[in-house]
Design a protein around this ligand. Structure first.
Ligand code: 2NE
Length: 273
């Protein structure tokens, strides 16, 4: 595929490329199995924001550099003593949680393309993506209770909704590792393909989605997340209704009446059954 680096970016921890309406974000820290530090996630969020604002982009692929790892979670070498992971300025962050929410509210599908390890926060990262395409060398698991951490938010709750409560508790309480086939059987990933076919398959899935109605996919995504995300989820779903209403004459009549300093005439718009 003819991936083109996105112009105007000077990321240090990620790569950001586009191709045929797909934005590909690659965590590029293979020396630590693509574990993330705060700066990594700041860059991923910046790239997601750029993808969101690009009218040509309709799907995002999130992956790790190389075939050894998707992501090994938070970089334990920069984990501080003050409630988070230290950035270069010494400020502690848990911005993995900000990224999780951003992926869930991005109004287009985000597909995790997983080769190798998806461990700890890396396992939660692909979990919060809309779809996961796994290579046959992928391995999944949580380590939190072993390394003195946990993600009791989406890491626990969304895991339980995805694989079932008993399995989610097993994953977190025993910190075992699961191969790609086991992940498929528990519903943690959508499909498993040979490593050599991983990108072709993932791009194929994106192309199928790009051929469909972006509005339908956008509202469906918000609908899938709405109950899990509570009032924030309803906000996201409702925001889509507002955007669609703004596109109607009825919605525009209110704006026009205000700007023209007259009473709105909504009588022309029928009450539908
Ligand atoms: C990922 C795994 C299973 C890979 O094992 P292996 O044998 O393939 O590689 P190795 O030798 O362990 O790792 C290669 C290099 O990567 C570093 C290692 O330290 C090693 O570097 P050197 O020591 O040789 O210089 N590396 C790997 N993962 C790292 C990490 N997370 N931080 C810093 N360096 C890392 C194996 O490496 C592993 O189990 N890694 C640790 C996974 C882990 O515990 N992640 C953190 C979970 S907590 C979390 O992510 C989190 C959260 O709970 C809540 C909020 C936000 C984040």
């Amino acid at each position: 595929f003819d991936w083109q680096p996105a112009p105007g970016t000077d990321y240090t921890d990620i790569l950001f490329d586009t191709f045929e309406g797909i934005a590909r974000i690659t965590i590029n820290r293979p020396h630590v199995r693509n574990a993330f530090r705060p700066e990594t996630l700041e860059e991923v969020m910046d790239a997601l924001h750029r993808a969101r604002l690009d009218p040509d982009v309709g799907a995002v692929i999130l992956c790790g550099a190389g075939s050894e790892a998707f992501c090994a979670g938070g970089d334990q070498k920069v984990r501080g003593e003050h409630g988070g992971y230290k950035n270069e300025a010494g400020v502690n962050h848990l911005n993995a949680l900000d990224l999780q929410r951003m992926i869930r509210t991005l109004p287009m599908p985000v597909v995790a393309m997983v080769a190798g390890w998806a461990i700890g926060g890396g396992n939660v990262l692909h979990l919060v993506c809309d779809l996961t395409i796994a290579a046959d060398n992928a391995r999944f698991g949580q380590t939190g209770p072993r390394v003195g951490s946990f993600d009791a938010g989406f890491g626990a709750g969304l895991m339980a909704r995805t694989v079932g409560l008993k399995k989610a508790k097993e994953i977190w309480f025993l910190c075992r590792q699961y191969d790609a086939q086991q992940a498929l059987e528990m519903g943690l990933v959508n499909t498993v393909v040979a490593l050599a076919d991983l990108e072709r398959e993932t791009v194929g899935w994106c192309r199928e989605m790009l051929a469909l109605s972006p509005t339908a996919l956008r509202v469906l995504k918000a609908g899938f997340n709405a109950d899990t995300d509570g009032l924030s989820g309803i906000q996201e779903l409702a925001g889509n209704a507002t955007a669609l209403f703004y596109m109607t004459e009825e919605g525009q009549e209110g704006r026009n009446a205000f700007n023209e300093k007259r009473s709105p005439d909504f009588g022309r718009y029928p009450r539908r059954p």
